[in-house]
Design a protein around this ligand. Structure first.
Ligand code: C2E
Ligand code: MG
Ligand code: MG
Ligand code: MG
Length: 293
């Protein structure tokens, strides 16, 4: 009897495993098709200058609405795109969409609102990446600052030499590089002077903690000081509350993005924020500060 149960259990697990494998395979096939059809969407999250309250640009974030499964998180599909070798094509699509958006906005508003594009670790050794990006910018007659590149620490750790040469090539070409999710990897401080980067994005976990304790606040102040000393621009990620915004301004953090200003959104909505220029939360900030004085 035990044997029979064991067998049942075995077949239960193997069925489950088989189902998972089939699901995964189907998802891979669907993603491949979606990338090929250019069906993935690019959303834009606004980035603001904290001193003036003005919008300065956007981060491009990929969105995949699966016809049957609905929205699938990029954390899931970027991983699949990396493993199946279609991440390069996916990124090209983001480059194309982002360049078109910058161009459209430039024609309408006579100003460049740069878009940051995320690179995945797998793309460190992609020798065509920089060339493709430069050709795209050239094709649209866009300046080198129209598209910026976001990379993560883990990408640097796993391929030190590859990362060095890609980053150097990007710098030489005049493309801005931002270190994403700063503080969540290992020995982050060490990387700041070893790799040629232009800006740091403080991970949202630091932003969240900054209003909890004096120590966490001190950490934020320290990062801000380091960035200034090293002539690195500083962007805070994941700003959700007015209190967080006040702390960031108190420590001279230059730029920020987060749900407080706007979640990643379709291009048409992003454009409305360009028209508005200064985000309404900054008006509340000014008036609340006045009422305190
Ligand atoms: P990331 O580059 O660090 O992007 C920031 C993530 O934080 C985004 O999640 C964004 O929607 C989310 N976020 C923004 N503001 C807030 C906030 O105030 N609170 C909270 N809780 N979250 C906020 P998303 O869009 O789900 O993307 C997750 C990650 O997937 C990204 O992290 C990035 O690493 C990756 N990713 C997204 N699109 C692409 C892409 O086109 N290419 C590559 N290689 N990676 C991408
Ligand atoms: Mg990013
Ligand atoms: Mg990030
Ligand atoms: Mg992240």
């Amino acid at each position: 009897r035990a044997k029979a149960e064991g067998k049942n259990r075995y077949s239960f697990f193997s069925e489950q495993l088989l189902k998972n494998a089939m699901d995964r395979l189907q998802l891979e096939t669907d993603l491949r098709q979606a990338v090929e059809d250019r069906a993935l969407e690019v959303f834009y999250q606004p980035i603001y200058a904290l001193a003036s309250g003005e919008i300065i640009g956007f981060e491009a974030l990929s969105r995949w609405r699966h016809p049957l499964r609905g929205m699938i998180s990029p954390v899931t599909f970027i991983g699949i795109a990396e493993e199946t070798g279609i991440i390069g094509e996916l990124t090209d699509h983001v480059f194309e969409q982002a360049s078109q958006a910058v161009l459209e906005w430039q024609e309408k508003y006579r100003e460049i609102y740069p878009v940051n594009v995320n690179l995945s670790a797998r793309q460190i050794s992609d020798i065509n990446l920089l060339q493709d990006l430069l050709e795209m910018l050239h094709f649209h007659k866009l300046p080198r600052n129209a598209i910026k590149i976001e990379i993560t620490e883990s990408l640097l750790i796993n391929n030190f030499d590859g990362a060095q040469s890609l980053l150097q090539a990007l710098q030489q070409a005049g493309i801005t590089v931002l270190l994403d999710d700063f503080g969540t990897g290992y020995s982050s401080l060490n990387y700041l002077h070893q790799f040629p980067i232009n800006a740091i994005k403080i991970d949202r976990s630091f932003v969240r903690q900054s209003t909890d304790s004096a120590k966490a606040k001190g950490l934020l102040a320290g990062i801000s000081f380091i960035a200034k000393q090293m002539h690195l621009a500083l962007v805070a990620e994941g700003v959700e509350t007015m209190e967080q915004l006040r702390v960031l301004r108190e420590f001279d953090v230059e730029f920020a993005q987060g749900y407080l200003f706007g979640a990643p959104m379709p291009k048409a909505d992003a454009e409305k924020l360009i028209v508005k220029k200064v985000h309404p939360v900054f008006a509340t900030l000014a008036s609340s500060q006045q009422s305190v004085q």
